[in-house]
Design a protein around this ligand. Structure first.
Ligand SMILES: *Cc1c(COP(=O)(O)O)cnc(C)c1O
Length: 383
């Protein structure tokens, strides 16, 4: 098997064997001519299978080290499909800092169909162990988890899960398979919002799922085909194109983030920095064991005397926006944006304060990013 840098560029299906095109063509077709009744080319209808989507699905499975991959219209569509593996009367245990949309789909949609959830601090392994009851079918974890960059020990959780016949699902959006491969740590299923680092250019909404078991692959393909939340051919092409540069982008995201985290750590306007790439971060050691770097996402708390509203409207280079993982730096206010769907009392309990700011560190010049932050800190100081 080639090095990941090579596999990112060439994929599993490399270009087009018919024409020699170096890129996988966009097969913008819904159906396929069948040579005779009862025989097909391997493709019948594009909800079931499409060659452009298939190239992406094979590539993400290969990159994550899984058996099969599936591409969906969004990260939420991927998570929705994966949760449909579990039936009424079952329970999914989720990390307390789980993505807001993941909480919402369980709380507001799946609960109506009898699939329950429990919120647990999965960075605390005794709490994970204690959460297990006979109805629990899966752990759904993120590491680092948004927005406090809480690190969960993926192999320890997977070990506990395996002993109880429970699946471990890891949302690997923040790290990507370039920095972290949960299946190698024992996870059964990996999900991605490919909208973020995998697409990488803030021009695509897409989701991916990878499973490490043939039976799960068959069931998830059945769900994908039956419910139809598939990724379109053009969007599959954009995701494939994004993946080609994943390693060079991530290297820059990481080196910029490490630099910006150091700057924030020493800044008089900042009371706390959350970044697992900092040696002082509580998740540093475990993250180092399961990932090759701390990623490109940083959160920080403004000190009293600094106004988060003024800060967020004072940057020029860095846009205030939802989402993350694009080449451009973005700021967000978790308590009113990404995590607004989590009830205020739960939010406060887990540490998502109103002064908390999340920064998706882009690949611009790091000194320009810091200069922009410095201006905003200056303008946010209350007099
Ligand atoms: C954005 C995001 C999602 C949802 O993905 P969409 O592509 O927006 O549907 C899920 N998990 C995490 C960690 C995310 O950041």
């Amino acid at each position: 098997m080639s090095d990941i840098n090579t596999r990112l560029v060439h994929g599993v299906i490399d270009g087009d064997s018919r024409t020699g095109a170096v890129n996988v063509p966009i097969y913008q077709t819904s159906t396929y001519r069948q040579p005779e009744l009862g025989r097909n080319t391997g493709y019948e209808y594009s909800r079931t299978g499409n060659p452009t989507r298939e190239a992406l699905e094979k590539q993400i499975a290969d990159l994550e080290g899984g058996k099969a991959g599936f591409a969906f219209a969004s990260g939420m569509a991927a998570i929705d499909a994966v949760l449909r593996l579990y039936g009424s009367g079952r329970t999914v245990v989720i990390s307390s800092n789980v993505y807001g949309g993941t909480f919402r789909i369980l709380d507001k949609i799946f609960s109506h169909f009898g699939l329950g959830y429990k919120i647990v601090d999965t960075s605390d392994l005794s709490a994970v162990e204690k959460s297990i009851t006979p109805d629990v079918s899966a752990f759904l974890i993120e590491s680092p988890a948004n927005p406090l960059m809480t690190v969960t020990d993926i192999s320890a959780v997977s070990d506990i899960a395996r002993r109880h016949n429970i699946h471990t699902i890891v949302d690997n959006t923040f790290m990507t398979p370039y920095l972290q491969r949960p299946i190698e740590s024992g996870a059964d299923i990996v999900v991605h919002s490919a909208t973020k680092y995998i697409g990488g250019h803030s021009d695509l909404v897409a989701g991916l799922a990878v499973v490490n078991d043939e039976e799960l692959a068959e069931r998830l393909h059945f769900i994908q085909n039956a419910t139809g939340g598939i990724l379109q051919p053009f969007d599959s092409f954009l995701a494939l194109r994004g993946i080609k540069t994943l390693s060079v982008r991530m290297d820059r995201h990481v080196s910029n983030a490490e630099h910006v985290a150091e700057y924030l750590r020493k800044h008089p306007a900042v009371s706390k920095v959350y970044y697992p790439g900092l040696k002082t971060d509580p998740g540093y050691e475990i993250n180092k064991k399961q990932a090759s770097a701390g990623g490109g996402m940083i959160s920080f708390d403004l000190k009293e005397g600094y106004d988060h509203r003024a800060f967020l409207s004072s940057t020029e280079l860095i846009a205030l926006a939802e989402s993350l993982g694009g080449v451009e730096s973005l700021l967000c206010h978790p308590s009113s944006m990404t995590h607004a769907s989590i009830p205020a009392d739960i939010r406060r309990k887990v540490g998502i304060t109103d002064g908390l700011i999340r920064l998706s560190v882009g690949i611009e010049d790091r000194n320009d990013i810091i200069a922009d932050l410095e201006t905003a800190f200056g303008k946010s100081k209350r007099v």
